[in-house]
Ligand binder design. Structure first.
Ligand SMILES: [Zn+2]
Length: 287
């Protein structure tokens, strides 16, 4: 049995964690107190975002993505179906990339660049976001000093596919709640560690890209008083096709052999629906 070495749970601080598995040389543990899964050690590498090492993923952020992501579509559906009011609210999106979310949210809700600010550490993505009309962009890490300067400022935080990258979830969420007004809402999306066929594309779901893994139970257990909604997003056909091209590119250095992966991903999508285990989670928390 591999033991956790010189590390504690990055959410609750417990050292009581069981070894789960070795993911391509990275050790994954599960906290026995809060149930978070985390890699140890967690070594951050800024080149992942600036250096375009994972071809086709971060690279596409710099040339203005057009197609909405599956989490963005589910987020819009959730806001509409559950009547969360985000119209004319002051919004901060943390880790906004090229501001694709802004582009689609403003088509669906009363949102403009006057009330939609972004924080994004990758300067090329910020340049792309500005082309979409974003005027207030903080090119910095989301840390305690940002939180202290902006406490009780925002009505809404949008944090899509970001929390799996954190190496200290506790301080990240403390800072998030700090900059939120009373009764403010946080909209989070993140990959679901209980998705089917998790081994497909798992190399991007490990350090230095992702450090933490979540399931529904983690949020239900630890955010009893804040949780407003928790649901799944699923693969849709456009994203399934794009996924096959990315897999083809990473395995064969060309997008053209995508068809090889197509049957596998169709199966994955079918099983996900049948078993009701989505690709990722949409979570709404209230301060
Ligand atoms: Zn824990």
């Amino acid at each position: 049995m591999i033991k956790l070495n010189n590390d504690v749970c990055p959410f609750c601080g417990s050292s009581n964690a069981h070894f789960k598995k070795n993911v391509h040389g990275n050790l994954l543990f599960e906290c026995q107190d809060c149930t978070l899964q985390f890699f140890s050690p967690r070594k951050f590498n800024k080149d992942v975002y600036e250096g375009e090492k994972i071809q086709g993923i971060y690279e596409s952020y710099h040339s203005l993505r057009k197609q909405p992501t599956i989490w963005l579509l589910e987020l819009i559906k959730t806001i509409k179906n559950l009547n969360f009011n985000i119209n004319d609210k002051l919004i901060l999106e943390i880790g906004a990339g090229d501001a694709l979310n802004y582009e689609y949210l403003k088509q669906n809700f009363k949102i403009s660049s006057n009330n939609y600010e972004i924080l994004e550490v990758d300067s090329k993505s910020v340049a792309a976001a500005k082309k979409r009309g974003i005027t207030t962009a903080y090119t910095q890490f989301f840390d305690e000093s940002f939180a202290n300067q902006n406490s009780d400022k925002y009505d809404i935080l949008i944090i899509t596919e970001v929390i799996e990258h954190q190496d200290n979830l506790n301080s990240f969420l403390e800072n998030a709640f700090k900059i939120l007004k009373k009764d403010g809402l946080i909209f989070i999306t993140t990959p679901n560690r209980e998705r089917v066929f998790i081994k497909i594309g798992e190399r991007t779901d490990m350090p230095p890209h992702h450090f933490l893994r979540y399931n529904k139970n983690f949020f239900i257990k630890n955010f009893k008083n804040q949780i407003q909604h928790i649901g799944y997003y699923f693969l849709d056909h456009n994203n399934l096709l794009e996924y096959t091209r990315l897999l083809s590119k990473s395995k064969f250095s060309t997008r053209k052999l995508w068809i090889i992966f197509y049957p596998l991903l169709i199966l994955k999508a079918i099983f996900a629906k049948l078993l009701n285990y989505g690709e990722g989670l949409v979570v709404v928390l209230k301060k």
